[in-house]
Design a protein around this ligand. Sequence first.
Ligand SMILES: CC(C)(COP(=O)(O)OP(=O)(O)OC[C@H]1O[C@@H](n2cnc3c(N)ncnc32)[C@H](O)[C@@H]1OP(=O)(O)O)[C@@H](O)C(=O)NCCC(=O)NCCS
Length: 174
Amino acid sequence: MTTNKETKNNSLDDLNRQEALIRRCTLDDLDAVIKVNEKELPEDYPYFFYKSILDNYPEPFLIAQNNVGMIIGYIMWRVEKTPSLDTLRYLTKAHLVSIAVTQEYRKRGVAKALLSNSMLAIKKYKIQEYVLEVRVSNISAIKLYEQFKFKVINIKKKYYRDGENAYYMTLNSK
Ligand SMILES: CC(C)(COP(=O)(O)OP(=O)(O)OC[C@H]1O[C@@H](n2cnc3c(N)ncnc32)[C@H](O)[C@@H]1OP(=O)(O)O)[C@@H](O)C(=O)NCCC(=O)NCCS
């Protein structure tokens, strides 16, 4: 099993022991990524949405593969410029679009590896802040983000189509 510079961190050591790999997503992977999304998350997106994220922000769009090449997880981000509340400048934000790991591969550090590697990769866009929304009921995802020092700064009421609220979590990029 190969590894590369992008993938060196603690959780990857665990992953490599289990013969899994984190790498950049390619166009050929998109159908499998969409399948993981449809299986693991209620929020679905059309193909062109994934394609536009891949075209525009390929570096932090990562997938996790098992030892037979099956895609078992993915993460994708977009970059946004928004006016800062306390200065006249624009802030460049990395916005987490989606992350999921298939049930069978959970609790093995796959999401941690996806998140840490993609957060490094997206720094090339000179981002000042990482931001994300998460369902208030999604304890495993909230705990994951808290491990990375994300903090809840706001609740977005009825953010999801089914009416559930979202926590808006942010983290300054150092
Ligand atoms: C959230 C999700 C991506 C985590 O994936 P994972 O590969 O199992 O996560 P990891 O094994 O890397 O765990 C990292 C940390 O997340 C937290 N975590 C993960 N699963 C958890 C669970 N079932 N209960 C509590 N905390 C959990 C823990 O803090 C864990 O760290 P630890 O192992 O040191 O305790 C996965 O559960 C998933 O795909 N869920 C469905 C999709 C989803 O909800 N995506 C997030 C949308 S905002």
